[in-house]
Design a protein. Structure first.
Length: 196
């Protein structure tokens, strides 16, 4: 299997560039005051450089829309995030969030439940703001649960939430909206942890 190409953006003073070779990037920035970061696509690397090579910017998506994610790796429980295309949290407007803009779900829930809940808030915000694209990195949520394809064995709370999301998705798509898949590495809502 061929290894996936990564792109490395660097900024040294006013000099900026992108390479697809870590060894080359390392030799360019070594011993200098530099900023550098890896990306999955050249376009993401270009956008990061255009935004000033700011490390606080995890991802800059190419399309305007609302993005959602969930994760459990911080050791506190399942957290969710809903952002715009620049990674700016939108949840703080409707839920109590931590300093990163994430909402910690109380109780013992799964990461998949978190993804489903995040998709609910993303759809509600998209409908309210008339935004036509919602992105997530969970194929389970996008292809099955948000369409109502869910087994009762997952629990009543999750099934009820899936039915609510299905209703919201129907309304969203009826108004011309689209729910789309994006890779975790390109998702500006990505929490940075994916432990199951």
């Amino acid at each position: 299997m061929k290894k996936k190409t990564k792109f490395y953006a660097y900024l040294i003073g006013e000099i900026k560039g992108i390479t697809d070779n870590w060894t080359e990037c390392q030799s360019i920035v070594s011993g200098k005051v530099a900023k550098y970061k890896s990306f999955e696509t050249r376009e993401e690397a270009e956008r990061w450089l255009e935004a000033g090579a700011d490390y606080s910017i995890k991802h800059i998506a190419s399309e305007k829309g609302i993005y959602f994610d969930a994760g459990t790796g911080a050791g506190l429980g399942v957290q969710i995030n809903v952002t715009d295309e620049n990674g700016k949290s939108l949840l703080f407007k409707i839920l109590p969030t931590n300093k990163e803009g994430h909402y910690l779900i109380k109780g013992n829930v799964t990461n998949n439940f978190g993804e489903l809940l995040a998709s609910k808030y993303a759809l509600e915000l998209a409908l309210k703001k008339s935004i036509k694209k919602v992105f997530g990195d969970s194929k389970l949520i996008l292809d099955y649960w948000s369409k109502g394809y869910i087994k009762k064995e997952v629990g009543e709370e999750t099934v009820n939430l899936a039915n609510e999301v299905k209703r919201l998705r129907y309304e969203f798509e009826k108004e011309g909206g689209e729910m789309m898949h994006i890779s975790g590495g390109s998702n500006p809502a990505d929490l940075g942890f994916h432990k199951n």
